[in-house]
Design a protein around this ligand. Structure first.
Ligand code: ADP
Ligand code: MG
Length: 292
């Protein structure tokens, strides 16, 4: 490609809401074989709401919601906001706490009024030595509905299963279809529950799912996919996605995402829509000439 065609392509991208931060991205995107995509905030809105709260015997709903909201009030995870908002909607007063602790990819904990409150994924509960088997049927149903099941322990006892649901962005299905039309594989990489991730992938026709990935392991998932498929584009929005964005042949950040993700990316999708990915690839093919 000539410098002029790169300039024209970059300009056309800007008009379409696709910001090429580096010229090489426009040149290499045409060769992408696989698009790996973060789930939360990229495929989905990243704004989950609480949909279910099932309490075990001996606990009381309002009390459990107050305690878990007190802990989540200190967390920055989107799940946390869903739980705090649910407590606010039920006009539950949320106590203030001090000793908050976040275990990345697992959950959060703190003492509330002297009581230890722990909330997180099933693997967090397992780590705490708690058996979540009583909720097996609920967890299976919730996961199949594309909801994320979480568990709360109070005073070291399993107190509740909680579910949050994060709506798929309106533009996501068409973007996945467009990527398939361009001949690409689409793979989801997420820290979320496997069943939940697979349900969402099924709805979207995503080809492959790598779930329950710890934030530090996302970059390994990207390396493995590169080895298997060849040229890889990664799309993400979060702080956790920055290493994967850097490791990918081309990293594309959702423009509504975190500054850290945008900094690590070669391309920024200004509208926040995944539709920018097929647009960018088509533009690369048109500009560089290797077109169908
Ligand atoms: P992702 O952003 O893809 O969901 P994370 O690594 O941030 O991945 O989180 C993985 C899982 O860890 C979540 O799906 C949830 O089960 C658990 N988790 C993380 N933060 C919290 C939190 N504040 N409250 C409850 N669970 C949490
Ligand atoms: Mg995300």
């Amino acid at each position: 490609a000539t410098p002029t065609s790169i300039m024209v392509g970059t300009g056309r991208g800007a008009e379409l809401g696709v910001l090429f931060r580096k010229g090489e991205a426009l040149q290499s995107l045409k060769d992408a074989k696989v698009v790996a995509v973060d789930k939360t905030g990229t495929l989905t809105e990243g704004r989950p709401t609480l949909t279910d709260l099932v309490i075990t015997e001996g606990f009381e709903r309002k009390n459990v919601l107050a305690l878990i909201a007190a802990v989540e009030a200190k967390s920055e995870h989107p799940i946390a906001r869903a739980i705090v908002e649910a407590a606010e909607n039920e006009v539950i007063s949320v106590p203030d706490i001090t000793d908050f602790d976040s275990i990345t990819g697992f959950g959060v904990k703190a003492h509330v009024n002297g009581e230890l409150v722990e909330i997180g994924a099933d693997r967090y509960m397992r780590e705490l030595g708690l058996d979540v088997e009583v909720f097996a049927a609920s967890a299976e149903r919730l996961g199949n509905e594309g909801k994320t099941p979480l568990y709360a322990a109070i005073g070291g006892k399993l107190a509740a299963i909680v579910a949050v649901a994060d709506p798929i962005k309106e533009t996501t299905p068409a973007a996945i279809a467009a990527l398939h039309n361009l001949g690409l594989k689409v793979v989801m990489i997420t820290g979320d529950n496997r069943r939940t991730a697979e349900a969402i992938a099924r709805q979207l026709g995503i080809d492959e799912v790598i779930a329950e990935v710890l934030p530090a392991d996302k970059v390994d998932a990207v390396r493995e996919l590169k080895a298997r498929y060849g040229q890889l584009a990664f799309v993400g929005d979060g702080i956790n996605d920055a290493p994967a964005l850097a490791e990918a042949d081309v990293g594309l950040a959702v423009g509504t995402g975190t500054d850290i993700a945008i900094e690590a990316a070669d391309v920024v999708l200004m509208s926040g829509s995944l539709m920018g990915v097929p647009t960018a690839i088509a533009l690369s093919r048109a500009t560089i000439g290797n077109i169908h």
